[in-house]
Design a protein around this ligand. Sequence first.
Ligand code: CMC
Length: 426
Amino acid sequence: MSKTAKIQIGEETYEYPILEGTRGPKVVDIRSFYKDSGMFTFDPGFTSTASCKSEITFINGEKGELRYRGYKIEDLVKEHNYIDICYLLLHAKLPTKEQSLEFDNELRHRAFVDEGFKNLFNAFPRTAHPMAMLSSAVTALSAFYFDHLNITDDLGFEEMATRIIAKIPTLSAIAYRRTLGIPLIYPDIDRYFTENFLYMMRAYPGGKFHREVGQIAPTTVKEIEVKALDTIFTLHADHEQNASTTTVRTVASTGAHPYAAISAGINALWGRAHGGANESVIAQLEMIGDVKNVDKYIKKAKDPNDPFRLMGFGHRVYKNFDPRAKILKKLQDQLKEELKLDSRLLEIAHKIEEIALRDEYFVKRNLYPNIDFYSGVILSALGIPRNMFTAIFVIGRTVGWISQWMEFKKDPKAKIARPRQLYLGD
Ligand code: CMC
């Protein structure tokens, strides 16, 4: 196959190099196209545009394949906990046992936030959405760690990354507790990352847990719950150049503070077409209310004149089953009894899935269930309220954003993101 692509416009032919990655489609390097031809290319939504080179995450949407640093997601979920995944994404290699313990320890010690955050959270109304509070708090982190603006060495990058990964669960739990108007719970350095988050969500002041009448041992955080949430964090850890990651890279390209870039990513994630879908899936299942109503809503989703969409279905890249969804579907089945998953919602979800997977409308458009279709029922069983679902996505994804931020910053050829336009005004 030719190593160049030719674009013919009238009598002129322009030739551009074809770049070859290690996996995935080849790329036509058209960076000089405007200079050569005086024309722009037009690709709103970046459906055919590679915006960067990356070595972090690979997706094959046709096969339904996802890899972090070359490792298949299915293997990583089976063999590693979430903080090993963080280490892998940040360092491009899996940690040794010692490195894993060291990283775990560092995250535990960095989980605390400045006491000034109490004032910040108290300024929000209790009705505020946790995502609004979380993104504001992450922007506020840039005020507390302003020195991170000028990082140049590996140690500085590492400190900045571990700091934000460690603090996001704490800030998320405080945001949740603010919605209830209850006192915050400090991180417990004796607890692993994921267990600590559930602890900060659930515990009473003093680290006590709810005790049923007559119950000797209080309900604490169960190992099976930690494992389930750890898997959810792992599956959300990175997803190459999606909308929020592209936002993080765009903000990074202006030279803004890294935590300001992460905060922008959090806001981009919040939308229903992206990470906000997990909250909408459960809202939609509740709205459907009964299996007997599923047909009616499938019909609405297929109607081109109705804006209704099946939340948790479809994906820009996956034109096959989302591999993350496959893992969560299996996890749902495993946890059904043990965590007492909501059988009514599961029944509705199964019915939707069953119909959609053989309905011509969905089959023709390659609309399969995505990760958000399955995460909500599990999160609900962990006692996590619906308005915290997207914050859970944030906790998992922060490492991906920060890894992509670092990759961008370490690229000497990185340029400010500045798309062009097709002007149609006066
Ligand atoms: N329900 C019904 N129809 C749909 C759906 C859906 N969920 N998703 C796409 N379609 C139809 C759409 O109407 C269009 O039909 P037509 O060709 O007749 O106009 C066709 O499928 C292509 O859709 P599109 O909007 O052009 O596709 P996109 O790649 O721009 O959008 C998406 C991808 C994820 C935004 C979209 O599928 C969607 O809105 N899904 C529901 C929200 C959701 O679950 N989002 C979470 C994504 S996974 C988590 C993450 O990584 O963010």
